[in-house]
Design a protein around this ligand. Structure first.
Ligand SMILES: [Zn+2]
Length: 342
């Protein structure tokens, strides 16, 4: 019997207090249950549908699987998914705001995630968010969250211009290593926003590029040399283009000294220091991940319940004819159960 654990899925609470009223400013996220997501016209509530708003701008149409564990469990049953780990939608991170505000958001959304999991029939688990613009506050919230029952933390892959090799972010990662808190790195606040604003290129181009940048900066910035190898860290979306471009990175490392940065070893040396999820939507891409990372470093993720996620959850791996049953099972559940100690 195949077991399936989805490590990359998102939630949005059904409601939360009016942050615009509490803190001022006009671009806070909120959920509009009275807007028709397809027409953007205000009308009486459409059961199960809502528009995620950023201030007065429509950000993304969503449906109740985001906040209703019953609907989520039904859809997991439909696709044979046993367990899911839910994490916040990056629009809720608030890294660009004063730390008190971001910490407040982290706490209300982290508590909301636990509330959804408590109604999840022991099949839902959550990762917490932290106010990553402040390292002390992040360490405190990560530890609080762990004590409250979160199985890990999700962080955005950068804070403004600070990449994963930033001194503060490395300090936070070391804290997570010490406390045995698994870390999931999710792209957000995508680069080249002006040139990717059409056709959802922020998601299809910007997000993978952000993730590749994060892994490369962590390696070449000496992050893996400095942070304890007890750190459990996983990057989203198959690591973006990282696996495909590893040869290019390796070539640069060997032939230009300035391309080595602070890393003590060639990039390929660090492949056993991190995990990637399998949200790549293509068998050739999945095969490449398995050949570069090995079968023990990949974990099934869907990006459920968003439209750019895997629609029939688990199908990519279950129908991967090039992977033996043992490898499929590692990717679908075994690796995740170890990584998150489920
Ligand atoms: Zn995601």
């Amino acid at each position: 019997m195949i077991r399936i654990v989805d490590i990359h899925s998102h939630f949005i609470p059904e409601k939360w207090e009016n942050l615009q009223q509490k803190f001022g400013g006009d671009d806070w996220p909120w959920l509009d249950h009275n807007q028709n997501p397809s027409t953007l016209v205000h009308q009486p509530q459409q059961p199960g549908k809502a528009m995620l708003m950023k201030g007065d701008k429509a950000f993304r149409p969503v449906y109740e699987a985001c906040w209703n564990p019953e609907v989520r469990l039904e859809e997991m049953d439909r696709d044979g998914v046993d367990k899911q780990i839910i994490s916040a939608t990056p629009i809720l991170f608030a890294y660009e705001r004063p730390v008190e505000q971001a910490l407040y958001c982290a706490q209300i959304f982290n508590d909301a995630a636990l509330d959804i999991c408590a109604r999840g029939d022991n099949r839902l688990f959550s990762m917490a968010q932290v106010p990553l613009q402040d390292i002390d506050a992040s360490c405190m919230e990560a530890s609080r969250a762990k004590n409250c029952g979160h199985v890990g933390v999700q962080i955005g892959n950068h804070v403004g211009d600070k990449n994963m090799d930033d001194e503060g972010i490395l300090t936070f990662l070391q804290h997570c290593a010490n406390e045995q808190i698994p870390v999931f790195v999710h792209p957000w606040d995508m680069m080249a926003a002006n040139r990717t604003k059409d056709y959802m290129m922020g998601w299809t181009v910007g997000m993978p590029a952000e993730t590749q940048l994060s892994i490369v900066s962590m390696i070449l910035g000496g992050g893996f040399d400095r942070v304890s190898n007890k750190l459990k860290i996983c990057f989203a979306h198959g690591g973006g283009a990282f696996a495909f471009l590893l040869g290019r990175l390796e070539n640069a490392w060997h032939h230009r000294d300035i391309a080595r940065g602070k890393s003590q070893h060639p990039p390929s040396h660090y492949l056993n220091r991190f995990f990637l999820d399998t949200a790549v939507f293509d068998h050739d891409a999945l095969n490449l991940l398995v050949s570069k990372m090995g079968p023990d470093r990949l974990m099934f993720g869907t990006d459920y319940p968003f439209p750019l996620g895997e629609q029939q959850m688990g199908q990519l791996i279950k129908s991967a004819d090039d992977l033996c049953a043992e490898t499929q099972q590692k990717l679908l559940a075994d690796n995740a159960e170890q990584f998150f100690t489920l």
